[in-house]
Design a binder for this molecule. Structure first.
Ligand SMILES: [Zn+2]
Length: 181
C-alpha cells in the first residue's frame, strides 16, 4: 500500500476530478446526439463480460467495440465470481436476453499476485475477495466459469440453450485475447 501526504493527495484528487469532468464534456460534445437518443431508449448488449478492475483492462477497447451499449460489464479485481457478481450476471443475461457470458482474465494480474503474497490479510473485505482468486491466471478463469455455471438462473438458461459461458485470457504483453479450452 502506498503512503500519501494528505494535502498533496487532496490537491491531486481535485486536479484529477477536474480533468475527468473536462474529459466527460469533450466526450459529450463528440458523441452524435442521435446516438445518445438511441441509447437512452434502452440497451441490448451482445455479451456479458466479467473482467478485472485493473486499469489496463478496458474491455470495450480490447474487444473492439465501436459503440456504447455492446457489453454488460461486471468488474471486480481478479474477475472473481462472488455472490453479488453471480447475481449481476444472472440479472444481465435474463433481463437483456444476452446470449454469451465471457470471463475475461488477464496476465500480470495484481489480484492474483496479492492472493499469492497474502499481503492483504489486514482488510476483511479484501480478504473475502482474494479468497475467491485461484493462484494461476488460466485456472482462475476456469474456476470463475464453473462458479457462474452453478448459478441457478445461468444453469437454467444454459440448459435451455439460451446462454453460453466461456473463459478467455488477455495476454498483457502479446495483446491477444484467447478463449480457454
Ligand atoms: Zn487483474
Amino acid at each position: 500500500m502506498s503512503v500519501h501526504k494528505k494535502t498533496d493527495t487532496m490537491n491531486d484528487a481535485e486536479k484529477v476530478l477536474k480533468g475527468l469532468l473536462e474529459g466527460s464534456e469533450r466526450f459529450r460534445k463528440a458523441e452524435a446526439p442521435a446516438e445518445r437518443e438511441r441509447l437512452a431508449k434502452g440497451q441490448s448488449p451482445k455479451a456479458a463480460v466479467l473482467y478485472c478492475s485493473d486499469s489496463r483492462e478496458v474491455v470495450e477497447t480490447l474487444l473492439g467495440c465501436e459503440k456504447r451499449g455492446e457489453i454488460f460489464g461486471v468488474r471486480l479485481p481478479g474477475n472473481v465470481a462472488s455472490s453479488k457478481v453471480l447475481g449481476s450476471l444472472a440479472f444481465g443475461v435474463e433481463r437483456f436476453h444476452i446470449p454469451l457470458i465471457i470471463v475475461l482474465g488477464h496476465t500480470k494480474c495484481g489480484a492474483i499476485a496479492a492472493a499469492k503474497s497474502g499481503a492483504v490479510a489486514e482488510d476483511e473485505d479484501l480478504q473475502g475477495l482474494v479468497s475467491l482468486v485461484a493462484l494461476d491466471e488460466k485456472e482462475n478463469v476456469r474456476v470463475q466459469v464453473q462458479r457462474i455455471l452453478q448459478n441457478r438462473t445461468v444453469a437454467r438458461l444454459v440448459a435451455e440453450g439460451k446462454v453460453k459461458v466461456v473463459g478467455a485470457l488477455h495476454d498483457m504483453e502479446k495483446g491477444t485475447v484467447k478463449v480457454l479450452g
